[in-house]
Design a protein around this ligand. Structure first.
Ligand SMILES: Cc1cc2nc3c(=O)[nH]c(=O)nc-3n(C[C@H](O)[C@H](O)[C@H](O)COP(=O)(O)OP(=O)(O)OC[C@H]3O[C@@H](n4cnc5c(N)ncnc54)[C@H](O)[C@@H]3O)c2cc1C
Ligand code: SF4
Length: 315
């Protein structure tokens, strides 16, 4: 393993300033970063541990929404009484992922910032444009059954693994960030991650030196909140396809390198179209990549089932 230095951040501003250096990695729960370091995929020269910064609180906001500190753990969020009462979608998404031990360490910001689970990204003997820009994509023409069907490119077909991001996208949540100068910026969770295009190694819209301090969730719209996740095993497995619903809003996971807001479906339904039309509108551009073809009918069925359930006509 490459040697690195370790230090504890004593303020959010100092952590943000440090993170402007590309050789620095912020350590939150460490459940993704440390795995990547063991495999030499992440090779930081300096680790800045943000785990003791005061970013763990989960508080109600004056508008009736919720502010979740960046360092709140999955367990703390999923067991929070307000989350359970008003945002069960968030609790269900978090409880569908990882294991109890991991959820006790994993943080909200770390979850959003975790890297893809594409098998070739983790295999340093194989080309991967996301790991080494310009080296090629082993998943295209290789084993791609877990890869994406929307927003992929000739450079990368991976998906983002976060279940939390899918739930937050259906809830219209925002990410709150700050930089070393204390400039606060908020952006929709739906806009945090980038589609791969020609530069899959550029994964988010966070500028260098910008760190996540919180997630803000507006009051949930009336209507049922649903999270359904299809995976290989009943636990300890990432989504092959997931769908979140918050009233009339829908988002898909396991389809793209970002949580996929089903805006086309929502528009069809708002205009009086039926569920089949809504599903077709969202997935008309879907494209499988060999082993991943099965995801297209799977996504159609799951999205259709969730829309029907949310409208009270579930079979
Ligand atoms: C076996 C296993 C199964 C899993 N299953 C699922 C699953 O089904 N669904 C799911 O959604 N997740 C799953 N996970 C992922 C898990 O939820 C993430 O590993 C975890 O949420 C990452 O949080 P962390 O605090 O440990 O992040 P870390 O590993 O500490 O950090 C991850 C990345 O986020 C960056 N980061 C951390 N905090 C900030 C911040 N405040 N601002 C900017 N950048 C930051 C770090 O620098 C690093 O690059 C699984 C993980 C494992 C190991
Ligand atoms: S799909 Fe993306 S992450 Fe996977 S091998 Fe190709 S470039 Fe790498």
């Amino acid at each position: 393993m490459k040697p690195f230095t370790y230090e504890r951040a004593t303020s959010v501003a100092d952590a943000a300033k440090a993170s402007a250096d590309p050789s620095v990695r912020l350590l939150a729960g460490g459940t993704n970063l440390l795995d990547l370091m063991k495999l030499q995929i992440e090779t930081p020269a300096r680790i800045v541990d943000i785990g003791r910064l005061p970013l763990k609180d989960i508080t109600e906001t004056p508008d009736g929404g919720l502010r979740i500190g960046a360092l709140a753990t999955s367990t703390a969020i999923a067991s929070d009484p307000v989350v359970r009462a008003r945002y069960p979608l968030i609790a269900r998404a978090l409880l569908s992922g990882a294991s109890v031990q991991l959820r006790n360490k994993a943080t909200a910001a770390g979850n959003l910032m975790q890297r893809t689970r594409c098998a070739y990204f983790y295999d340093t003997t194989k080309p991967c444009n996301r790991r080494i820009p310009g080296s090629g994509c082993s998943a295209i023409g290789g084993h791609s059954r877990a890869d994406g069907i929307l927003g992929t490119s000739a450079a990368c077909i991976a998906v983002h693994p976060s279940d939390l991001a899918v739930a937050l996208t259906a809830l219209d949540a925002h990410v709150e960030t700050t930089n070393g100068q204390g400039t606060v910026r908020t952006l929709p969770v739906a806009d945090l991650h980038r589609l791969p295009g020609a530069s899959p190694h550029l994964e988010t819209d966070l500028a260098p030196g910008q760190i996540i301090t919180a997630i803000t969730v507006p009051p949930a719209p009336p209507g049922e909140q649903i999270f359904r996740k299809v995976r290989d095993r009943a636990s300890f497995a990432f989504a092959l396809i997931s769908v979140a619903a918050s009233g009339p809003r829908y988002a898909l996971g396991g389809v793209a390198m970002k949580p996929w807001r089903a805006s086309a479906s929502e528009a069809v339904l708002a205009a009086g179209g039926d569920v089949d039309e809504a599903v077709a509108a969202e997935l008309s551009q879907a494209r499988g990549h060999g082993h991943g073809e099965y995801k297209i009918p799977l996504a159609k069925r799951l999205l259709g089932a969730v829309i029907r359930q949310s409208r009270g006509d579930a079979a």
